[in-house]
Design a protein around this ligand. Sequence first.
Ligand code: ADE
Length: 234
Amino acid sequence: MTPHIAAKPGDIAETVLMPGDPYRAKWAAETYLTDAVCINEVRGMLGFTGMWNGNRVTIMGSGMGMPSMSIYANELMKDYGAQTIIRIGSCGGMQDDVKVRDVVLAMTATSTGTPSSTIFREIDYAPVCDFGLLQAAYAASQKRDTPTHVGSIYSSDTFYAERNDLTEQMIRHGVLAVEMEAAELYILAARYKRRALAVMTVSDHIITGESLPSDQRERTFGDMVEIALEAAFA
Ligand code: ADE
């Protein structure tokens, strides 16, 4: 047990999928896993371990933002031995050709700072995903004809951005999309020598203002779960 996870040692699989929303974790476990059991309810951050295609997998919420992701990913890697963590979530499109419903696979994540910034001091560390996971996720996305973009994203500390100049520089420098968790996840994976990837669907668009109708969110979320599971066990 850790301060934020009540699971017993061994209750958590080596492969963990992490949506931001704990109720998405519940939905994904009920929809894709067999023999799923709830392994955490502390602070409502639901987590489930079950089987997918003969592979043991845990699906657990990360909460929103890098501090929350940092708490759960730290405890999962350090205390429960998670080897692979794949974030599955939504992002805001930042380029004209990145459309609502498209999938974004984040090679790297820029930020103005992460919970790890204090240890890096003057170093402007470049967080990167695991290349094998990225390759496998891209192959899985191509099999299902989902328009998929691979490149850099921006891990922001705010959903309600006030700094238009910051957004403009991200767009100008080819950043595909904005979300709020990946940079810290990648940094922790590097620190603990684990594998990490963020697989996201574009739920809204920073330039056009378009957003995904709520009745379509479940289907696009399901696509991401399938891509992440195929990538994890490729
Ligand atoms: N996740 C989904 N859309 C987002 C946005 N516009 N900003 C930050 N995180 C997001």
